[in-house]
Design a binder for this molecule. Structure first.
Ligand code: 26Q
Length: 827
């Protein structure tokens, strides 16, 4: 059967994209999809009717694209990711579909206001942070480049939690994003796959004596049901598909339970089985071996692979050409169970021999690593895996044995190497190392920035790099300029279009053309005006935010650190600097200080106590500083609650200074660094992740680099890091820390922040104090430059002009060439 979109537009709907036709289509949907008249319609009804009218215009291209993929049968790339942080939908669709003006006019003609409607736009927060947003940027780039691609993910009923700040503390509430319905998804009740759990494996043999495996006595089985979200390319004919899986109870489940006679219990058990896709796990840097998470990962992987195999089998009767038609990218190890699952499907269902299945698997899979923090590397206890996925454990053991046998032949007697590369870790708890599985089962493994890929090869997985010298590669992350410039920064987009044309929207390298305007006073003035208008817009958000209601001064230096809260990202370093400034301003009130507003935003994993306490410290410092009349006009500290894609779109265009200050070697890439620089912020940062490549592009003179290099971090660690030394030597540091320790910011709870003091002074893996002095010095340079607006503006222009290489379009082209061997299939 054809896999293309089956939902067709009612024939009564007029075709075309003229203002009047769109207007009629919106009215039509208000009446026939919402059953409302203009008199009774709510804002949400209007939003839904507009969404349906826009969606109608997507559907044609969507069906067309999928038909084209079916008939031409090109090699396709399947992107497997447990997370997609797509953000708000309507604005993105309007930008990419090339009829924003017409829709705006139609909305006006209906007496509605687009800005108002956009307030109702639903944000799909189906991810934690960088990794999930990267997947969304990649989907945009693949569609824009006309790549035959599909994304697979999870349709969590609850996305990343909503962050409230109560008494300065983070409080999590559920993100019930589907409560009003999501007009952009199409339920596909006909794409339904059974997913099994638990049970045991039975080995028998067929007539010819070949071994066969049966997975028997499974229970708590569920069905995976598809929901499709269209992903249009920018101003082209491609609409790719993002297929998200939702758990449904099985039919057998219903029947079994009814036979038992207890109706109410039956229904509630049915309900339970659907909890599988209920909630996104909100931790992004610490892996806990929760059974439900393992089941989610398998559920997602098995549904996606069954779907991929079904589609392949429509066109092919053998598996010989599978790797020529299918590339699968694993977004971290979260979907690494795809490797044993493909083996299982090929062997136990399609009756292919092990050798053939293994060759297909390795030629098909590639794995992207996003972290080197040991606590974030996925491991699952063998006991748990044995219970939940007995057949997969068996396959993993077999993969491991075959692999270790080969290693033993190549490196006889090298037991240290065997121990390192084994998929099975023996101590302290016998576990499956998912990264080792992913490396062994993939033809290519990539890091996400040059330094990160280097660290993978030389420090984290050197043994694998020796065994597979060509397997490791780098593809530096990128961001889509359609969202992170065109859509979020219309003022700057207009200026660019006026100056260099609009080619940058699909070719970010054209930003280079700005370089010749960097010293042009007229252009500089327009650049500054744009920044000022964005700072005012941001000040407006902060004024209107119900939780903040704060007045900030757009003439301040806007110093911005927005990202997940984590010790390695070192929000504390930035905050200590704010305390130092506060002390200086109080001590010398008459000095010519550069007025500054330091803004933080980000979520802490709900179980990460120190990160949550860091939020409390930021809000406590903010409370003190902002209420001090002596300093209030010169220094503000703001914590913007509930950081999200939408909040980022509001904050980033208004930033002057971008804080990228992780301990060198710890941030795999970072992508906020790219977004901020693209919007004209200058970076203060360490030589970490993609900061290094940003520095190489913008030039040493146009970025504020400080701190230890990753090599020096390792050296200091080997020598023994003694934070006390720095504390004793630096009086501004000592003073700031003493204030935190002695309750200056928490008079009612003088010891509240002791755990933070301990984290910095007792033993600190993230070596905050080691970089303190050099950071404070760099910030002085920042201030000096901010006092010369022309110089500052020049560097700001040069930063944006140098961001060409950081487009996700470039990243996707490299994936296509270096890893997938997939080519555009434009209409
Ligand atoms: C794993 C197991 C169980 C539960 C949750 C997880 C989990 C979920 C999300 C682990 C990690 C993540 C997310 C990681 C992430 O966002 N990493 C970031 O990826 C970006 C894109 O490559 C990089 O730019 C960042 O440097 C990296 O921190």
């Amino acid at each position: 059967m054809n896999d293309s979109v089956t939902n067709t537009k009612p024939s009564s709907l007029p075709e075309g994209n003229s203002v009047d036709v769109i207007k009629d289509s919106i009215s039509h949907h208000l009446k026939y999809s919402q059953a409302k008249s203009p008199r009774t319609a709510t804002l949400m009804d209007h939003y839904n009717s507009i969404a349906f009218a826009v969606r109608d215009r997507l559907v044609e291209k969507w069906i067309d694209t999928q038909n084209r993929y079916f008939t031409k049968d090109p090699k396709r790339i399947y992107y497997l990711s447990m997370e997609y942080l797509v953000g708000r939908a309507l604005s993105n669709y309007l930008v990419n579909l090339d009829f924003k003006k017409e829709v705006c006019r139609a909305i006006e003609k209906l007496g509605l206001d687009l800005e108002n409607i956009e307030q109702s736009d639903i944000e799909a927060g189906l991810g934690n942070g960088g990794l999930g947003r990267l997947a969304a940027c990649f989907m945009d780039s693949m569609a824009t480049l006309g790549i035959p691609a599909a994304g697979y993910g999870m349709r969590y009923e609850y996305g990343i939690f909503y962050q409230k700040i109560i008494d300065g503390f983070q409080v999590e509430t559920a993100d019930n994003w589907l409560r009003k319905g999501y007009p952009w998804e199409l339920p596909r009740p006909d794409y339904l796959y059974p997913i099994r759990f638990y049970g045991r494996v039975q080995h028998t043999s067929d007539k010819e004596g070949y071994g066969i495996c049966h997975w028997v006595d499974s229970h708590d089985d569920v069905m995976a049901m598809a929901y499709d979200v269209p992903i249009p390319g920018y101003h082209n004919q491609t609409v790719n598909n993002l297929r998200l899986w939702s758990a449904r109870s099985t039919r057998e489940f219903d029947l079994d339970s009814f036979n038992e006679g207890d109706y109410v219990q039956a229904v509630s058990r049915k309900h339970e089985s659907e909890t599988l896709s209920k909630v996104l796990y909100p931790n992004d840097s610490n892996m806990q071996g929760k059974e439900l998470r393992l089941k989610q990962e398998y559920f997602f992987v098995s549904a996606s692979l069954q779907d991929i195999l079904r589609r392949y089998k429509r066109n092919h009767s053998t598996f010989e050409s599978f790797p020529k038609k299918v590339a699968i990218q694993l977004n971290d190890t979260h979907p690494a169970l795809a490797i044993p699952e493909l083996m299982r499907l090929l062997m136990d269902r399609e009756h292919r021999p092990w050798e053939e299945a293994w060759e297909i698997a390795v030629k098909t899979f590639a794995y992207t690593n996003h972290t080197v923090l040991p606590e974030a590397l996925e491991k699952w206890s063998v006991d748990l895996m044995q219970r939940v996925l007995p057949r997969h454990l068996e396959i993993i053991y077999q993969i491991n044995q075959n692999f270790l046998n080969r290693v033993q032949v190549q490196h006889p007697g090298n037991n240290a190497m065997l121990e390192k590369v084994s998929i099975v870790e023996e101590q302290p708890v016998k576990s499956i190392r998912m990264s080792n599985l992913a490396i062994i089962g993939s033809h290519t493994v990539n890091g996400v920035a040059a330094l990160h890929s280097d660290i993978l090869k030389n420090r984290v997985f050197p043994e694998f790099n020796k065994l597979f010298p060509n397997r490791f590669t780098n593809i530096t992350n990128g961001i889509t300029q359609r969202l992170w410039l065109k859509s979020c920064n219309p003022a700057l987009s207009d200026l660019l279009n006026d100056t260099i044309g609009d080619g940058w929207v699909t070719d970010l390298n054209q930003m280079q053309k700005l370089k010749k305007f960097a010293d042009d006073e007229e252009f500089q003035k327009r650049w500054r005006d744009v920044k000022m208008s964005n700072k005012k817009r941001l000040a407006g958000y902060i004024r209107e935010d119900r939780a903040l209601r704060m007045e900030i001064n757009p003439h301040h230096l806007f110093d911005v650190q927005v990202k997940r809260i984590h010790e390695y990202k070192r929000q504390l370093l930035c905050l200590l600097h704010a305390i130092v400034l506060y002390n200086r301003f109080k001590e010398n009130p008459n000095c010519d200080h550069v007025p500054r507003t330091v803004m933080f935003a980000g979520k802490a994993a709900p179980g990460y106590d120190v990160a949550k306490l860091i939020i409390k410290l930021i809000t406590s410092v903010a409370d003190k500083v902002n209420h001090d009349v002596q300093t209030a006009d010169k220094l503000r500290v703001v914590f913007i609650p509930n950081y999200s894609v939408n909040k980022a779109e509001g904050i980033i265009p208004g930033a002057d200074l971008s804080e990228q200050i992780s301990t060198a070697g710890m941030e795999a890439s970072g992508t906020g660094n790219m977004k901020l620089a693209l919007n004209g912020a200058l970076t203060i940062g360490t030589l970490d992740g993609a900061n290094i490549e940003i520095k190489n592009e913008v030039g040493d003179d146009n970025i504020f680099i400080f701190g230890l290099t990753s090599g020096q971090v390792d050296e200091v660690k080997t020598r023994g890091y003694n934070p006390r030394e720095y504390y004793e030597k630096n009086h501004e540091l000592r003073r700031a820390l003493d204030m935190v320790r002695d309750g200056y910011f928490s008079p009612d709870h003088p010891h509240l922040f002791q755990p933070i003091i301990d984290s910095l002074l007792v033993k600190d893996r993230f070596m905050v104090l080691a970089d303190f002095a050099s950071y404070i010095e760099k910030q002085k340079e920042v201030e000096a430059l901010f006092l010369s607006p022309k110089e500052w503006t020049r560097k700001s222009i040069l930063n944006a002009a140098s961001m060409g290489p950081f487009s996700s379009d470039r990243a996707i082209r490299q994936y296509c060439q270096k890893i997938w061997d997939v080519h555009p299939l434009p209409k």
